[in-house]
Ligand binder design. Structure first.
Ligand code: PEP
Ligand code: MG
Length: 596
């Protein structure tokens, strides 16, 4: 029977495919697609782990004290039986062969399948055996993690021999796992948790695939291989759709392909408004490998390179100076002389360094991660790590225009400490004789304290970039990754708009460059509003550039400027903005179709 699950729409479009469930096991499970040439090795790895656990059970049983209760021996027999059952091991090996999962993923996927069968059993005794199965799988996973390490992700996307498209369903996906999935076959994502600007949602948008987050029970209701539709516009997931619904969505999919094709033609059109204002459309990237897509989309530079993604998926080992220098240089060279704004590491909150999901981090690791040791706070508390990164950045600046940007500054003391580190690093580089270049220095404005004391920031920095994702989170006291308060996360809130407007106006008045690099910049629903505030530089995922450019090409900034005070002083800015933007009878303000 078809069911509908509602969540938050975070990445537009329609995806139709078979569900791949990523279980949230108690053991941290790597999810990796392996190269087809490694399938036999991976199956052998699985069976070797099974044999190790079987021996563990034998030893445990042999060493049971004479006075141990009889049930203990019987329990070990049950565990041994479950371990040897083909429904566990044989079926896991099938996941490896058919889907190219690594062994850990295959075992946890099969646990998910079997656990549901146990849940549906009438007999209470049998139902309780699920806990035994979980224990057996946990042992298997531990054994796998101690043996031959899990293979590295396959660099090329797999297509499983023409199978139906796959969509990923998970309770939560760590940003680090999202990076692996970025190279994979998934055509859409669904998660139980997360907000619109959680980093999982941001990475999904950067991949330009439909995604729904905060879908609460989705990973409990959807089963492996279910046919599902992800409606990324409505935030809807339809499980096991009827043929009529399926046909309707296939039609919508074709329509949105056509629309994308139309927008793609704007790629090389300069972003100039009707009244001749040139607007800078920049790209947000996560890895140097994203740079070609930025150029391809027509970006005139990188406005935000989130360098923290270089620090993930490495078992807690930090990248050294050479490795970072190489990555930054590759991004600079790939952009062929266009400016590259690299943000110093922003680890923390919902971007933990390794594997952990944001909900694990929220609940187990720190009390209040969004308010804790993240971004520049972490960098200043780890000065040698920070200086390593700064040295790598200035050395990369020798190869092309680099701008360095500091995240989450809130106070003058942090600014001064940051500048002291920079001065020291420049002295070190001069003494070492290594080549390095100069770089403009910018501050991210993403904490209300910074927006409210902007003159201080304008004095110390060459440019500002407003991080609306965090500015909204901290202004409204709404955790951006928490689906329970996602309905309160409101970019239209007058307090947010007033901070944005005053920051943009002050920067412009001081003659300093200012851009917005949060998700608002890439959402065409906000393009006119931001233009009306005087913003002339927007940084977003490459995939969003064409839609925003379409808005720019239809805008008249002089007309828009006249509406700003009414919008930001309104109790309901969204409605006020919409009514001011809708063409009045006799007005020549009607949108012109530019991409048809
Ligand atoms: C922001 O906060 O708006 C931003 C761009 O930074 P991040 O999303 O990486 O926190
Ligand atoms: Mg931020």
């Amino acid at each position: 029977m078809s069911i509908q699950i509602f969540g938050l729409p975070v990445s537009r479009g329609v995806a139709i495919g078979r569900a791949v469930l990523v279980a949230s096991s108690r053991v941290d499970v790597p999810h990796v697609f392996i190269d087809p040439s490694r399938i036999d090795d991976e199956v052998a790895r699985l069976y070797a782990a099974r044999d190790t656990v079987a021996t563990e059970f034998d030893v445990l049983k042999r060493d049971l004290p004479a006075d141990a209760p009889q049930e203990l021996g019987a329990l070990l027999d049950v565990h041994q039986m479950l371990l040897q059952d083909e429904a566990l091991i044989g079926a896991s090996a099938d996941w490896i062969r058919q889907r190219h999962y690594n062994a850990e993923w295959a075992v946890s996927a099969q646990l998910e399948v079997l656990a549901r069968q146990f849940d549906e059993m009438e007999d209470a005794y049998l139902r309780e055996r699920k806990a035994d199965l979980e224990q057996v799988v946990e042992r298997l996973l531990r054994s796998l993690s101690k043996g031959v390490p899990s293979p590295m992700p396959d660099a090329e996307p797999r297509d499983f021999g023409g199978d139906e498209p796959l969509v990923l369903v998970a309770s939560d996906i760590a940003p680090a796992d999202m990076l692996n999935f970025k190279r994979s076959v998934f055509k859409g994502f669904v998660t139980d948790v997360g907000g619109k600007t959680s980093h999982t949602a941001i990475v999904a948008r950067s991949m330009d695939i439909p995604a729904v987050v905060g879908a609460r029970q989705a990973s409990g209701l959807i089963r492996q291989d279910d046919c599902i539709i992800i409606d990324g516009d409505a935030g809807l997931v339809i499980v096991d759709p009827s043929p009529i619904v399926l046909e309707e969505y296939r039609f919508r999919q074709r329509q949105s392909e056509l629309e994308r094709g139309r927008l793609a033609r704007l790629r090389h059109t300069p972003a100039v408004t009707l009244d001749g204002e040139r607007i800078e459309l920049l790209a947000n990237i996560e890895m140097p490998e994203d740079a070609p897509a930025a150029l391809e989309a027509g970006a005139v530079g990188v406005g935000l390179f989130r360098s923290e993604f270089l620090f993930m998926n490495r078992g807690g080992n930090l990248p050294d100076e050479e490795e970072q220098y190489d990555a930054y240089r590759r991004a600079v060279e790939a952009m062929k002389g266009l400016p590259v704004t690299i943000r110093t590491v922003d680890i923390g909150a919902d971007k933990p360094m390794d594997g952990m999901t944001s909900s694990e981090l929220r609940h187990e690791s720190v009390l209040n991660p969004a308010l804790g040791l993240r971004a520049i706070r972490w960098s200043l508390s780890e000065p040698s790590m920070f200086r390593r990164q700064l040295r790598a950045l200035y050395r990369a600046a020798h190869h092309g225009p680099v701008k360095i940007m500091i995240p989450m500054l809130a106070s003058q003391r942090e600014i001064v400490q940051t500048l002291e580190n920079i001065a020291l690093v420049k002295r070190q580089l001069t003494e070492s004789g290594k080549s390095f270049g100069d770089a403009e220095l910018g501050a991210m404005i993403e904490v209300p304290a910074a927006a409210l004391t902007l003159p201080i920031f304008l004095r110390y920095f060459d440019f500002l970039s407003i991080g609306t994702n965090d500015l909204i989170q901290y202004t409204l006291a709404i955790d951006r990754a928490d689906e329970a308060v996602a309905h309160l996360y409101d970019p239209w809130h007058p307090a947010v708009l007033q901070l944005l407007h005053s920051s943009i106006s002050q920067a412009r008045a001081a003659g300093k460059a200012v851009s917005v690099c949060g998700e608002m910049a890439g959402d065409p629903a906000f393009s006119e509003l931001l233009l009306s505030m005087g913003l002339r530089s927007f940084s977003m995922h490459p995939t969003q550039i064409a839609s925003v450019k379409q808005k720019v090409l239809r805008a008249d900034t002089r007309r828009l400027a006249s509406m700003v005070s009414e919008v930001i002083s309104s109790e309901d800015p969204e409605s006020t903005c919409l009514s001011l933007l809708s063409p009045q009878p006799g007005q020549a303000f009607a949108p012109r179709l530019v991409a048809s």
